[in-house]
Write a protein that binds this ligand. Structure first.
Ligand SMILES: Nc1nc2c(c(=O)[nH]1)N[C@H]1C(S)=C(S)[C@@H](COP(=O)(O)O)O[C@H]1N2
Ligand SMILES: [Mo]
Length: 404
């Protein structure tokens, strides 16, 4: 994507459509057709994310923006203006950011349940954690079964830094957990559409209560007040857990013996076997598995010149650190240990890896395979499932480059 970003996309679209209309169908050249196809494929950024960098993003829809693989770079942290966005409901009105400190979150299932404002939360402690934020559907685009949902490739993920209060501090300030807490449930603060059963649309997710130890109520991301697109004024961050469990605009945090009855919990985001129906007894998408992928070199700039290249990418282990990454330049027949580069930002962040290799003329299948500190090795194959979740297959994430 090489468009200048100074003109709104709308104008480009209108301009090319008018130009083609004036030419008439018979007048189309191959080039005009190609240009029109490109223009039509470029959707404008939605208003709530209008501050993002269009060239770094694939706009699947107004509620699904993906970071381009080629935009990841080699600097560990994903800039906010390049980070993916996923909203299950329309984003709330930006007016919810007018009085950030007045935002209230109800804390339930503790000895002294009550509502706390963001101003009050800020008095209870502050910590900073770097995490991989990844949609559980990242890699869905590689499923040959074409599950319904956004066909994300690698870019429904990023590594970002959060600041906020540890949830355990909040719980301690309210007298500790009430008896029987098995799950931690976060509720999103979106306005729900009228005329439908709230449970069918509410964004509310439960995770095992042990996740509380690492969880934050965060008001800052990458050194800035949390944007509306990423859940401002306040977000529940559950390090190491798939994106959907990181509740934006969080208005309620509840501890209890049961999981949420919301559809997004009971039937959505379950590892439903192919041919089955989603049901609450199937595993939910919680902790992320060990995964890596290559961000360069990529085939999109055409053939590479023969010689040395730095194969580089990112690797993460959900709740565990990465022990090592291997790289293959022959589609997985042989592997070499890559070097972990850049700062280690803790177990929930991704590590960058790099391996210098010489590539001669021909076609090369580049793959990466990560191992976490518990010895779990990234799988070769995806686990087939209805929703196209949890794809960590190294084979699916391989890239083929041509050297000429
Ligand atoms: N309140 C709320 N929280 C939410 C969602 C949502 O729609 N509403 N989407 C979830 C999903 S599916 C993902 S992948 C992440 C996306 O986070 P991001 O948009 O900040 O990248 O937020 C999660 N938290
Ligand atoms: Mo997601």
């Amino acid at each position: 994507m090489t468009h200048s970003t100074t003109l709104p996309r709308r104008h480009l679209l209108a301009g090319s459509a008018a130009a083609l209309g004036a030419l008439g169908l018979a007048g189309w050249t191959g080039t005009a057709r190609a240009q029109q196809a490109t223009a039509a494929a470029v959707k404008p950024l939605p208003a709530y994310a209008g501050w993002k960098t269009p060239d770094a993003l694939i706009v699947h829809s107004t509620s699904t923006l993906e970071t381009r693989r080629s935009a990841f770079g080699t600097s560990v942290i994903t800039p906010s203006n390049q980070l993916y966005v996923r909203n299950n409901l329309p984003a709330p009105d930006a007016a919810i950011l007018d009085n950030r400190d007045g935002w209230a979150v109800a804390i339930e299932g503790v000895k002294n349940p009550r509502s706390l404002t963001l101003a009050e939360l800020k008095t209870l402690g502050v910590e900073t954690v770097a995490t991989v934020l990844q949609c559980s559907g990242n890699g869905r685009g590689f499923f040959p079964s074409k599950p319904s949902g956004t066909p994300w490739q690698v870019g429904a993920a990023g590594c970002v830094v959060w600041s906020g209060v540890p949830l355990r501090n909040v719980v301690a300030a309210l007298g500790g957990l009430a008896d029987g807490a098995a799950y931690l449930t976060g509720t999103g603060g979106e306005k729900l559409p009228e005329g439908v059963d709230p449970l069918t649309v509410l964004v509310e997710r439960s995770v095992p209560v042990k996740a509380m130890d690492d969880a934050l109520l965060a008001w800052e991301m990458n050194g800035e007040p949390l944007s509306l697109a990423h859940g401002g004024p306040l977000r529940l961050v559950v390090p190491g857990y798939q994106g959907v469990n990181n509740i934006k605009y969080v208005k309620r945090v509840a501890f209890g013996s049961a999981q949420s009855q919301a559809r997004i919990m009971s039937h959505g985001y379950r590892m439903s076997p192919p041919g089955s129906k989603a049901s609450p007894d199937q595993p939910s998408v919680w902790e992320m598995g060990v995964k890596s992928w290559i961000n360069g070199p990529l085939p999109d700039k055409g053939a590479l010149k023969p010689g040395q290249v730095q194969v580089h990418g990112v690797a993460f282990g959900g709740t565990r650190s990465i022990k090592g990454v291997e790289v293959s330049v022959d589609g997985g027949k042989t592997w070499q240990a890559a070097k972990l580069i850049g700062p280690d930002l803790g177990p929930f962040a991704w590590r960058q890896f790099a391996l210098p290799v010489r590539l001669e003329a021909g076609s090369h299948v580049l793959a990466s395979r990560a191992t976490d500190t518990a010895g779990n090795v990234q799988a070769e194959q995806r686990e087939e499932n209805l929703g196209g979740y949890n794809n960590a297959s190294w084979r699916d994430h391989a890239v083929t480059v041509t050297v000429a």
